[in-house]
Design a binder for this molecule. Structure first.
Ligand code: SF4
Length: 152
């Protein structure tokens, strides 16, 4: 395991993005960051800057007003990066499917790596999703490094 891989596994930086849901999943995600579930005890750092983030946690379906914003945030994240769709709305569009002001699930706008079901989603499920995301992140890192070696 490389030093970067080890460091990231011990301290992934996450950015929380709410794209227009009902706030139910947002509150559960905030519970993960607050003292009750406190994911920072596992080394997870919350950041508001996409340029520092390894993992994007997206809550809610993507509203039309948020479409360009989420694309922009995603593009600013350095590679490798992982996106987690948190909750049913983010994963499938949920109750907002076909709604005039929304484009539906997050994967209609940016690539999604992990889907965490639930309406509203439970903090334990979000933590499971994060653990899965770390493996995917490290897999992407390995692929990126071997591509760089191959190109050299
Ligand atoms: S999945 Fe349920 S709780 Fe979460 S944003 Fe959608 S409607 Fe709200």
């Amino acid at each position: 395991m490389s030093l970067t891989e080890l460091a990231r596994k011990k301290s992934p930086w996450v950015i929380h993005v709410g794209t227009g849901g009902c706030n139910g999943c947002d509150i559960e995600l905030l519970a993960c960051l607050a003292p009750r579930y406190d994911i920072s005890r596992f080394g997870v750092m919350s950041t508001g800057n996409p340029k520092h983030a390894d993992i994007m946690l997206v809550v809610g379906p993507v509203s039309l007003k948020y479409k360009e914003i989420i694309k922009n945030l995603y593009d600013q994240m350095p590679d490798p990066k992982v996106v987690i769709a948190v909750g049913t709305c983010a994963s499938t569009g949920g109750i907002y499917q076909g709604c005039y002001g929304h484009c539906g699930s997050v994967d209609k706008v940016i690539p999604v790596d992990v889907y965490v079901p639930g309406c509203n989603v439970r903090p334990e499920a979000i933590i499971d999703g994060l653990v899965l995301a770390l493996d995917i992140l490290n897999e992407k890192e390995r692929k990126l490094l071997s591509e760089k070696k191959g190109a050299a």
